[in-house]
Ligand binder design. Sequence first.
Ligand code: UTP
Length: 460
Amino acid sequence: MISYNGYEDTITRVYDNNQEHVFKFWDELTDAEKKSLLEELSDIDFQHLMSLYEKTKEDEPIPMDFQPAPYMPVPRTDEQKKEYTRAYDAGIDMIKHGKVAAFVVAGGQGSRLGFDGPKGAFPVGPVSDKTLFQIHAEKIKKYSEKYGVIVPWLIMTSPANHQDTVDFLKEHNWFGLHEESVHLFPQKMIPSLDPDGKLVLADKHSIFKNPDGHGGSLTALRQSGVLEKMIDQGIEIISYFQVDNPLVNIVDPYFIGFHVLQKAHISSKALMKAYPEEKVGVFVEFENGKIGVVEYSDLPEEKQYEKDDEGSLRYAAGSIAIHLFDCRFLMDITGGGSLSLPYHIAKKKIEEYTREGEKEIQGYKFEKFVFDALPLTDNNFIMETTREEEFAPVKNKSGIDSVESARELMSNLAMNWLKQQGISIPPEVKVIEISPLQAVEPGDIDNHITIPAKEKVYIQ
Ligand code: UTP
């Protein structure tokens, strides 16, 4: 057994949990490295980790019985249009009183995209090549100018990309935002395990970990002190979105208005699934009356294909990770570190450090999902949106949900906005992009602009 003054308990716990292989390079470590490894190990809750490992041997629990969750559809009838108008007014009132903050989760590893750097630094503008961060920042700048307020921007990173994210934003001068209105904080990490339930070394003196999932964002928001800071500044609503969706309408008066009128604690946007097998979770109402999301992989086959009386998919409302959270509600559920969303298990590739170099193994990563917070309240609200207007996820290098598809969706939306404003587009134009600084909705576009007859057009 190894020994080190002051860390006797930690060392005993490591041996008691049969994890002593983490000391395999002990004799080669400097004193500082030994201390840093022990410090890392002292933070690990072995009992919890081993209970998660036990769960990898069982099937994930089948969700309770459920039916489709109710949602506010895109307005079609006069009555619905009136409701939308009422919501708009309520939303504008909240926004203009400076009660809304934008919150992006950007702590993911972007492994499918395979980009070396924070995902937000990935260029996606179809003409401008602007990065995801720049697009989000410019939207926030535009909302702030348009409504005469400062919309704070909260960014959750992970310890693995925090410094790179700070450096990137600094280097670009915060994309024109006030530095004091941008708040970055890292989420927690949790050790991954190999197939035998063993910790994995990331190098001779550190343990392989993964960020604890976007569900870790609610605790991170609280523990960083940023949630309280926002409340002190008069913020009441946190608008949550993912870094890889350049189409998200971050400050949407309709959505915010409904959230307020419905006195919701959590509101969510839904889009209608394009086909039964589409890989998005669906909104459901469980038999205890709570609203939640059932992942596509947990949706029983008969429900996946079930049709309603009109022949449409019954479980059609898909979750696209756009939510509004009531700040007081977040304070309540995160009080005293009491929020314990469940961990989901993913079998994924892990890079293990060996003397021969890095070795790729299949292991277990544990992640929390933000939508598991939905059943924590009786006050949920869901609003339909459309794919064309709000969902262009950048997940893969090519194909479905890729950079190419996102660029195409951004260009299509720009074309639609121009058409809606009665602006003619010459047939030569194939790709078009509108800077968020020019418009975050069609009504912002200057009606007098002329679109040049060339293949790629950028409106700034
Ligand atoms: P994804 O689950 O799609 O993961 O994240 P990812 O990291 O972007 O990509 P892959 O799966 O490794 O290829 C959806 C959103 O949640 C954030 C991501 O940054 C992205 O905005 N996220 C995910 C976190 O902030 N933290 C996490 O631990 C996981």
